[in-house]
Design a protein around this ligand. Structure first.
Ligand code: PLP
Ligand code: KYN
Length: 443
């Protein structure tokens, strides 16, 4: 009896895991367009000469799907599940608390895990390893670096200047911090494409997101940072849609602070810790960036249990508490995918993918109420392409049901993110075939 019961349960579980909801006729039609799409010869040729094509094997992706949402949640790198299994079973299960220090000689101790992950992110964003900390969420890190910037700025500078349409967290966190500080502080929201005249003597910090999450518009970080520095304004860059998508050069630009997500183009998994960057200029002995949330894990010697806070050298001082070992381990493993990647080749391919998508979508823009909102100019584009459509929400739901997984963003944006590490030009053609089927069905 027990055996039969166990067998039945296992079989049911397997069936439940593999069964997909029955496809609606519309979803089936989109899915068939996607899988049956004819791939133009020029795209096959681009794929045949793609120096990054081999990276696709390093990811696990479901069949019958073109996944265009790596700018919200990056795909799963193949090596991650085994690493998580090992951390849970051996480092946690067997070694227990010894894992905080055990394996330090092999670079496997938990205490220094945040610093090892920081060292892997540093080259992706043009930073030195000790200028990067990996901890908390992007919003919390934004709070910490904004607080530091406000304290570093002269007392008469009490304005945070930001993009009027910045990502909500950036706006909420900045406003929350200023409310806490009280009188005289102000969040000033402007158009980041027209900063002239706004970098006034009362501005302490400029908070900008390099690539807009809806339109994919990329700002000129080097030019804006130079302009801000000349005006005595500290810069805080949100690299959520930049890090891992193309080379970022924070040091080259002279940026003061930056933050970004671990779960988007860095593929660290849902809830992966975020990173923050503090320029070396603000980590010295004098005029160092103050640490608003100064916990014991950011102390120079945590187990000294000192009553006064002595900051750890480098950006590690911004790691306030116990490292999130499971999620840091996933991110650590995921970042190995970048070890042999030429970031300029990554950018070249990203632009080729987005150029191809824009070109193949052109006939659909002529037939349907679709409007491209992503800049065509390469320098002004991140690694996504977005369109306005009056029924964007419904169209994206259809597309996701049919296997073209992009994203809808309020009020009317269809967003398609491209990850050069796992997309081919053939994927672009398949996605466009799916979009065509969805729009034709709705017309
Ligand atoms: C530009 C931008 N900034 C901040 C965030 C928020 O990140 P977190 O949820 O880690 O605070 C996101 C996405 O969630 C984002 O797209
Ligand atoms: N963390 C998430 C959890 C659930 C759903 C989306 C997200 C995102 O990150 C959204 C992202 N900021 C975006 O621009 O699409």
């Amino acid at each position: 009896m027990t055996n039969i019961h166990a067998t039945t349960t296992a079989a049911q579980t397997t069936a439940a895991q593999t069964a997909r909801p029955p496809a609606s006729p519309l979803h089936a039609r989109i899915g068939a367009a996607l899988t049956g799409a004819a791939i133009p010869a020029d795209l096959l040729d681009l794929d045949a000469h793609d120096p990054l094509a081999r990276k696709r094997e390093e990811f696990t992706l479901p069949g019958g799907v073109v996944y265009l949402d790596g700018n919200s949640l990056g795909a799963l790198p193949r090596a991650v599940p085994e690493r998580l299994q090992q951390v849970a079973a051996q480092e946690w299960g067997d070694a227990l608390i010894r894992s905080w220090s055990a394996g330090a000689d092999r670079g496997r101790d938990w205490m220094n895990l945040p610093d090892r992950v920081a060292a892997k992110i540093a080259p992706l964003i043009g930073a030195l390893p000790h200028e990067v900390a990996v901890t908390d969420t992007t919003g919390v890190n934004t709070f910490k670096v904004l607080a530091a910037a406000l304290k570093l700025a002269p007392a008469e500078r009490r304005v945070i200047l930001t993009d009027a349409e910045n990502f909500p967290t950036d706006l909420y966190v900045a406003q929350g911090l200023l409310d806490l500080l009280g009188g005289g502080y102000e969040l000033r929201r402007v158009n980041p494409d027209a900063l002239d005249g706004h970098l006034t003597a009362d501005v302490a910090a400029l908070l900008l997101t390099e690539v807009d999450y809806r339109t994919g518009r990329r700002l000129d970080m080097a030019a804006i940072t130079a302009q801000a520095r000349a005006a005595g304004v500290l810069t805080v860059w949100d690299l959520a849609h930049s890090a891992g998508a193309f080379p970022v050069d924070l040091r080259g630009a002279g940026a003061d602070f930056a933050v970004g997500c671990g779960y988007k183009f860095l593929n660290g998994g849902p809830g992966a810790p975020s990173f923050l960057f503090v320029s070396e200029r603000h980590l010295g002995n004098e005029n160092a960036a103050p640490v608003a949330i100064s916990g014991w894990m950011g102390h120079a010697d945590p187990f000294e249990m000192d009553r006064a806070f002595t900051p750890a050298p480098g950006a590690r001082r911004f790691v306030p508490g116990t490292p999130m070992v499971l999620s840091l381990s996933a991110l650590d493993s995921a970042l190995d995918v970048f070890a042999d990647v030429d970031l300029h080749a990554l950018r070249t391919k990203s632009l080729s993918l987005t150029d191809t998508f824009i070109r193949l979508m052109e006939p659909l823009c002529a037939r349907f109420p679709l409007t491209l909102v992503t800049p065509q100019e390469h320098a002004r584009r991140g690694s996504q392409v977005s369109y306005r459509h009056p029924q964007a929400r419904e169209v994206m739901a259809d597309l996701i049901g049919g296997g073209v997984i992009g994203d809808y963003r309020t009020p009317d944006i269809l967003r398609f993110g491209f990850t050069p590490l796992y997309h081919s030009h053939a994927d672009v053609a398949r996605a466009v075939a799916g979009v065509q089927a969805a729009l034709e069905a709705r017309a």
